[in-house]
Each structure stands twice: as C-alpha cells, then as structure tokens.
Design a protein around this ligand. Structure first.
Ligand code: AMP
Ligand code: ZN
Length: 433
C-alpha cells in the first residue's frame, strides 16, 4: 500500500515541475532571511531569479556541516524563533553538535514522511510499533513516534536501553513492527535467546532499521535469525531526521527518496561535480519545503548512488542505494581505501563469526595497521584452538584477496565486544594517541 499515492507515484515531468516551483520558492526564502545564504549567493553572482530550471541547481553553493557549526546555535534558521516549535541536535561525535529547529509545518511533513515509510515497510494502522530508537535530542525516537501516530498505528515509545525489559514487552504487547538500529536488533535477539525466548515465535513481522551503516549480509543474518522482513530507513538530522528515504518491502532494493521534499544529487566529493545515475559518490540534499532550517545542497558525506528505474512497488520516486560508507569513515590503510561495511560483508560470510566486530586502527612507525576483532559464536568458541586459528586465517585471507589490504584478525570470545543501544561504534582509531 502507498500512503500518499499522489506524491509517491508522480510522473517524472510532474515531479520535476513541482521540484522547480519549490526550489525557486526556497531560494527566495533563504536569500531574504538567512544572511549566510545571501552572502553565498552574492559571492557566486546569482540571485533567486536566476533559477529557471532544475539544471541551474549546479550554480548554487553547497552547505556543509561546518557551516552549521559556525552559525551555532540559531544562525541558519530562516524563521523567527517564536515559530520554532521543537529543537533537535546531532550527537556531535565528530565535533561540536549541530542544532536543528522545526516549525509546526516541518513536523507535520516529517510525520507524513515517516507514515509513508512505515507503510512502505508493509505496516498499516492495525500494527503495533515497538519504537526502540532513542528518544531525546536524537531525531530517531520522536521522529518515528509521530509518524507512527500519523499512520494511526499503536506506538510503544520504549526508546533504547533496558534491554531485558524490552524483550518482556515484545512478548507481552505483541508488536508486529520494530524500529531500532540494526546493531541493537542483533543485541535484542541475543538477549532474547539468553532469556529462552525465540524471536520467531513472537508476532513481530517487520523491522525498520537505520541510523547507522549496515550491509545486505547483515540484513539476511537478521532475517534468518528472527523471521522478520528487514528494511532500511535513512535520514540525517540536518536534513530532517529519519524518513528522508525508505526501502520498500516489495523490492528491498534501494531507498525511495521523498523527492517532493528532498531534492537529491550525487557529486564527486573531490571536486563537487555532478555524477550520473548509477555512479557512486557523495549524496547531497536540498530541502525543498523545510521552513525552520532550510538547506541548499547539503553535503551529507554519505556515499551512495541514484537509481531512476521503475520499481515493482509502483512508486515512481528515485531510489538511493544502501549507504556504502561515509567519506569521513573511510580508512586508508597503506594507501588502500577500506570501508567498515566491506569488512562486515566478508566476516558475515565466514562460518562461526557473529556481526559483533570492531576495527582498530593503529600507527606503527610511518604505517597504519588494522586489526579486526570479531566475536565467534558459542559453538565456534567451544571448538579446538586449531579451528579458531583456521577461521582467523580464512578471514584474513579474504580481506587481503577482496579488499587488497593486510589486516590482522583476532577472534574474541562471545560477549566481549561492547553492545550499543543506538549507533554501534565500529572503528576505534588509536592513531592520535
Ligand atoms: P544523525 O544526524 O545522528 O541522525 O545521523 C545521520 C547519519 O547516520 C547519516 O548521515 C548516515 O551517515 C547515518 N545513517 C542514517 N541512516 C542510515 C542508513 N540507513 N544506512 C547507513 N547510514 C545511515
Ligand atoms: Zn519500491
């Protein structure tokens, strides 16, 4: 089922006409109300009246996370503060936090984007939704919450943490949909097993997972262990929060972007030039309708590609590929580029290994080295040492063969890597120490 048939199945020409109208309006608004953009437009020698086609987007300036930091907290807002009804802030793990503000209309649109997403995952108003994304300044919890209510479903606002209690609630309340990070889902499954509860016997049928990078191998692993259909949801607080794009359960192949609100581009991160459909580069979004903190050509640092081919679900909106990594998460080990997701794919293909892993990067002399620590499952752990060593060598060989980089692999005992209730920390960088 499609939540907003009108917008989600618009023919391409109509979508582009709508986007152009909204883009012109956006340029007028930011030029008049945000000094940062007025200055940027003036420096580039353009005015909002110069935007005559979507192709003119390329002449507009980019916006970066640093610009938001430089104008912390309210300098990029485009409406008077009394019109802002909610603030959120991003975690600030890579520097000072960034603050985003929403008008009531922004929140209504966000709720609709989530309602569209939940329906795209296969949910309806008859479902009970266990929402284990963190509630608070992080956009995940409250974002999903109001969208679930808008859909008319029953939402259980459980937030992250108190994991054993969550298992009891999953059993007692019988939710059919769960929303959380994929790494937390694996933690939940593991905790349920310890408590003697089999996920496959719960009424749960759909998992809406996102907020962190994960692979298709991880999806299959979760689906096999829990018997649910796992779909990918994407978003970022600067652009809105979760629900910028969502994967349909029919195809499970790329996330449909709500193009009537977010205009996507893929650029070459090294020079800012546009890249074509199917080419992998940095995802850039222009927020066509946002009022509180509208952004022009926001550089997400997330690497993906765009697919305009028709989808079996009947939606006409463009699909973005699963995030391959963030350009600032890319490790360069002795000149070879490696993303944590590539390691994840390989380790999930090795028998006896679990999705609990960490990559430790150290500097030894002039060179960077990488150690991959992976937990083995209970069965593997009870095996003879020589079998463990065999698995270590197998993964090490695959990393060398498929990624072209030498890594040392260390298999560690079950439960030894710290669990996260939100975004998992995959890379420990000890180079600066
Ligand atoms: P935040 O601003 O805290 O919501 O974090 C947003 C970032 O989380 C994005 O820029 C992505 O790097 C990451 N992210 C969110 N959803 C996904 C997803 N489905 N797959 C991969 N990364 C994601
Ligand atoms: Zn689809």
């Amino acid at each position: 089922m499609i939540y907003n048939v009108d917008k989600e199945t618009l023919p391409r020409e109509d979508m582009e006409a709508l986007q152009l109208r909204r883009l012109k309006d956006l340029c007028e608004r930011v030029y008049a109300r945000v000094p940062f953009y007025k200055k940027k437009f003036d420096e580039a020698g353009i005015t909002p009246a110069d935007i005559r086609s979507l192709n003119d987007l390329q002449y507009l300036p980019f916006t970066e996370k640093q610009d938001l930091r430089n104008h912390y907290p309210y300098g990029m807002f485009a409406v008077p503060k009394e019109n802002i009804v909610r603030l959120h802030a991003s975690s600030g793990t890579t520097g000072r936090a960034t603050v985003v503000g929403y008008t009531q209309r922004d929140l209504d649109i966000w709720a609709e984007c989530i309602a569209r997403s939940l329906m795209m995952a296969g949910a309806t108003r008859r479902d009970i939704i266990h929402n284990a994304y963190g509630y608070g300044l992080f956009t995940g919890g409250l974002g999903v919450h109001f969208g679930a209510e808008k859909l008319g479903a029953t939402v259980v606002p459980v937030s992250g943490g108190a994991t054993r209690r969550q298992i009891s609630l999953l059993k007692d309340f019988g939710p059919t949909v769960i929303c959380c990070t994929p790494s937390y889902m694996i933690f939940l499954h593991e905790t349920a097993r310890e408590m003697g509860i089999d996920f496959r016997e719960l009424p749960l049928k759909i998992g809406v997972f996102g907020a962190e990078p994960w692979t298709d191998e991880m999806r299959r692993d979760i689906e096999a262990k829990t018997g649910i259909t796992a779909v990918n949801i994407y978003g970022l607080s600067e652009v809105m929060g979760p629900g910028v794009s969502m994967e349909c359960h029919e195809a499970q192949c790329g996330m449909h972007i709500y193009e009537d609100h977010f205009l996507p581009e893929i650029i070459d991160p090294s020079n800012g030039k546009a890249m074509g459909p199917g080419e992998t580069g940095e995802l850039v979004f222009t927020t066509l309708t946002k009022e509180g903190i509208p952004l022009i050509r926001y550089r997400t640092k997330d690497l993906s590609s765009l697919n305009y081919t028709p989808c079996i679900c009947g939606r006409s909106t463009v699909r973005m590929d699963r995030i391959k990594g963030r350009s600032d998460d890319m490790l360069i080990i002795r000149g070879v580029n490696v993303f944590p997701s590539q390691i994840e794919s390989l380790l999930l293909e090795t028998a006896g290994l679990t999705p609990h892993y960490q990559i430790i990067v150290r500097r030894e002399g002039p060179l960077d080295t990488m150690e991959v620590q992976v937990e083995v499952d209970e069965k593997m752990f009870s095996d003879a040492i020589k079998n463990l060593q065999h698995r270590e060598r197998e993964l090490q060989k695959n990393i060398k063969e498929f990624l072209g980089v030498t890594a040392s692999v260390k298999l560690v005992e079950p439960q030894s890597i710290e669990r996260s209730v939100g975004k998992a920390k995959r890379v420990i960088d000890q180079r600066g120490e």
